[in-house]
Design a protein around this ligand. Structure first.
Ligand code: PHE
Ligand code: ZN
Ligand code: ZN
Ligand code: ZN
Length: 295
């Protein structure tokens, strides 16, 4: 069950209700223990010796699966990979985050299913991204070194149809995980491909940093060139961005990010269309050559 237990603890030296109480058990949100709302029984929590109560959600264990699909090319030793997380948060159905990226790579896979490309194409629908990039990290960790070396590049698609979107490309020059991490050489070639496509169809784009908030992380840390597309989550659209992309300044790129409202109505069809075409274009391009990435 998922009913919170009420646990009592003595406040030894709490200074603020917002501060986690050292040693306090907490509710488990998405597998990550956090200290829950503490409230005093008539006494201020700032007062040593007062009693606080925390709501404790019992831990849950669930099984989730990555879904991996591969289309053999003429060259089995040069694998081009695209991925999108298939899970969502408990709070909502997760259609923009991340039905959008999952559907886009599925469409690409179906489009290419009857072809025999030069390179081997591999698609990953990741499990448990929202629990801390669990599926993609497990996948990369489970690859023997020889298997990792066969992967020429990885393209990540997490939120590609945000309702108040801007078009962003992961920038090979910007990374924080939270410490700065060196992005593998070759990532620039993927970034350049996306950007030249947007330019060719007269779509504006901007760079976004590799923040470690999505499934590219394990690939980059393994030295596999990576990039991807992103149309924005909880960040607020500026006046300048609204002048370029339209939409509403002062509102989040996705006002229903991680919320019950992330339904089929929460996807901008134009952004999804443009990005799905680009996602297919990038896979098709690298299916025939990864020379720009490999040097
Ligand atoms: N990975 C985040 C999520 O699934 C979305 C995100 C992607 C946020 C990239 C910032 C940068 O919720
Ligand atoms: Zn999410
Ligand atoms: Zn996501
Ligand atoms: Zn760029």
């Amino acid at each position: 069950g998922n009913t919170p237990d009420r646990e009592e603890l003595l406040v030894a030296d709490a200074t603020s209700v917002d501060e986690p109480i050292p040693g306090a058990p907490g509710p488990v949100t998405h597998g990550i223990p956090v200290v829950g709302a503490a409230y005093a029984d008539g006494l201020a929590l700032s007062q040593a010796g007062s009693t606080a109560f925390v709501e404790v959600l019992p831990a849950e264990t669930r099984t989730d699966h990555n879904v991996i699909a591969e289309l053999p090319g003429s060259n089995p030793d040069n694998v081009v990979m695209a991925g999108a997380h298939l899970d969502s948060v408990n709070e909502g159905p997760g259609i923009n985050d991340n039905g959008s990226g999952s559907a886009a790579i599925l469409e690409t896979a179906l489009m290419m299913a009857n072809s025999k490309p030069e390179n081997t194409l591999r698609f990953g629908w990741w499990a448990a991204e929202e629990q801390g990039l669990v599926g993609s990290a497990d996948y990369v960790a489970g690859l023997p070194e020889a298997e990792r070396n066969r992967i020429a590049l990885y393209m990540n698609y997490d939120m590609v149809g945000s309702p108040n979107y801007i078009q962003m490309v992961y920038d090979a020059d910007q990374s924080t995980f939270p410490a700065p991490v060196a992005i593998p050489e070759g990532s620039t070639a993927i970034e350049d491909l996306y950007e030249s496509y947007y330019t060719a169809i007269a779509e504006p784009y901007d760079d976004t940093e590799f923040s470690g908030r999505s499934d590219y992380e394990a690939f980059i840390l393994a030295g596999i060139p990576s990039s991807g597309l992103f149309t924005g989550a909880e960040e607020i659209k500026t006046e300048e961005q609204a002048a370029i992309w339209g939409g509403t300044a002062g509102e989040a790129f996705d006002p229903d990010y991680h919320a019950a409202g992330d339904t089929i109505g929460n996807v901008d069809p134009r952004a999804l269309e443009v990005n799905s075409d680009l996602i297919a274009f990038a896979m098709l391009t690298f299916a025939y050559s990864t020379e720009t990435v490999n040097g």
